[in-house]
Design a protein around this ligand. Structure first.
Ligand code: PMP
Length: 502
């Protein structure tokens, strides 16, 4: 191994060593298993300080190119191989070196991990936020799909307009009007799920450094979207009446944010609902400060108790509300049909952006959903699922009352998908997650929903996805895991100061 250092090149010496060793590993000059000189020996040979070699080896280790083994010293590592991948050669690229700053912002624990949990047959999953598979209208949709493909001769497998088929937008505008939010088809923009709605609206409105106010805690993929756009996030605590608007008002006065993002009805993750009084107050604040409100209404129709409150869109006299919605929670998430209702000017901007993203939403899905809604089947389906979900919620609440250890508290949501649990003092979610995995039960740690990423001693339980007969044993197992974690923790104060929810 030959390394040449240039003392006056302007590149730090350790960096020169990293670059030369990296090149030799990648072009095969130093094969897997090659033993690098000990730090002191190389330092002497190159006449540099030992720290220089230490830093270089540390960086090469972080890149996965070399590693230390007891008794072997520092050796060149083989590229990771698995049975399904072609044999690694020394010249395979290390993709982490190529990634953009944008890609680097996304954390590892993401949607796929949650979906993996849901797909494991040995695990009872309260983790994913998915509709109950057994309640879905598969038969009805199959019939519609067949008709679309046979009667219409495949014409709906060509392109649709970027903003979605006009006929679907007519249905959605009608549906919104039934809910008191009158809009024209031209103000409706069909998305591939409301996650895309959040992304496109963020792209349309945010510049790096802009401030976005959100509930704390909140739907974590929305946090990621706004952060990836370079926005600064400010969290407003939630209590049993939803976002605490006195805090919001202070933030509006002091910081003039660009956007307020809220899930006012059956909030993810807390299950709470913004009270009528606060809805009026929020609209008044938005008008007063001229700040747009993104209303994410994914769960708005899934009410199990009480009477419906109006959407923010239906109270929007100033035209500042951007309404996001989706059929994912009502019908099936895999259909990927969501929508945005907004001022036509903003819809035009969304169209312009979307042209370079995925052009439009899947045509077949659009047509299937359109006919499902137009035939009046959505209404009857919603009656079926709300009945089933009410039952599942009650089963979970009963099981929590029966098995929860002392010091544990939870919300009683009047709708939506989630129960938000405050763990007994001192129980941290990450430890509990490992223990729960051993008990074959899954939940989502509250940390994920925090705008600051802090451990909150809370967790989110979904009650819609697991089969009815799994809920009681799942909660029993989870509570066992919590008891074991409590027994292991030294008695002590809560982990962090708690926000007022529950
Ligand atoms: N908003 C909220 C509040 C959600 O909970 C979800 C799904 N978990 C979404 C948006 C995204 O839904 P979709 O499947 O329509 O992209």
């Amino acid at each position: 191994m030959t390394i040449r250092l240039e003392h006056n090149s302007g590149t730090p010496l350790y960096q020169q060593i990293v670059e030369q060793v990296r090149a030799m590993v990648l072009n095969g000059t130093l094969p897997a298993g090659y033993r690098l000189p000990p730090e002191r020996k190389l330092a002497d040979a190159l006449s540099v300080n030992r720290t220089t070699i230490l830093n270089a080896y540390r960086e090469l280790k972080a890149e996965g190119l070399i590693g230390s083994h007891v008794g072997q010293g520092t050796v060149v590592l083989a590229a990771q191989e698995s049975e399904s991948t072609p044999p690694a050669t020394a010249s395979r690229p290390i993709w982490s070196h190529y990634l953009s700053d944008y890609a680097g912002q996304f954390s590892q624990f993401q949607m796929n991990d949650l979906l993996d949990f849901a797909n494991r047959t040995d695990v009872i999953s309260f983790a994913t936020g998915m509709a109950a598979p057994e309640c879905g209208p598969a038969e009805a949709l199959r019939g519609i799909e067949e008709r679309v493909l046979t009667e219409d001769g495949g014409q709906y497998l060509m392109h649709s307009p970027v903003e979605g088929f006009h006929s679907l937008r007519v249905e959605i505008a009608g549906y919104m009007s039934q809910r008191g939010a009158y809009c024209t088809p031209g103000e409706v923009f069909v998305t591939s799920g409301s996650q895309q709605g959040i992304e496109l609206v963020a792209q349309a409105l945010l510049n790096p450094g802009d401030i976005v106010v959100m509930e704390e805690p909140t739907y974590f993929p929305a946090i990621q979207v706004f952060k990836a756009m370079g926005a600064r996030i400010m969290g407003v605590p939630v209590d049993e009446e939803g976002m605490q608007l006195s805090v919001l008002e202070l933030l509006l006065q002091r910081y003039r944010p660009k956007l307020i993002y809220t899930v006012p009805t059956f909030h993810n993750p807390t299950g709470t609902e913004l009270s009528m009084e606060r809805r009026k107050w929020l609209m008044a604040l938005s008008r007063q400060y001229r700040i747009p409100v993104v209303e994410d209404d994914a769960y708005g129709e899934l009410r199990y108790d009480g009477t419906a409150l109006p959407t923010l869109k239906s109270m929007d006299s100033a035209g500042l509300v951007i309404h996001l919605n989706t059929f994912s929670k009502m019908i099936y998430p895999g259909l990927r049909i969501g929508w945005v209702v907004a001022d036509r000017k903003l819809v035009d901007t969304l169209i312009a952006i979307r042209q370079v993203v995925d052009i439009h939403t899947n045509c077949l899905s659009q047509k299937i959903v359109e006919r499902f809604v137009a035939s009046g089947q959505l209404g009857t389906h919603l009656e079926t699922v709300t009945k089933a979900y009410r039952h599942k919620r009650d089963t979970m609440l009963r099981a929590l009352r029966q098995y929860a250890p002392e010091g544990m508290r939870w919300t009683t949501p009047a709708g939506g998908y989630y129960i938000w649990v405050t763990l007994p003092p001192g129980v941290a979610c990450d430890k509990l997650l490992h223990r729960a995995e051993r008990h074959k039960v899954a939940f989502v740690p509250g940390t994920l929903f925090s705008t600051t990423g802090q451990e909150t001693g809370r967790m989110r339980l979904n009650f819609t996805f697991a089969a009815e007969h799994q809920i009681e044993p799942g909660i029993r197992r989870l509570c066992e895991a919590i008891r074991e974690t409590v027994a292991q923790e030294p008695e002590g104060a809560p982990l962090v100061e708690r926000n007022p929810i529950v």
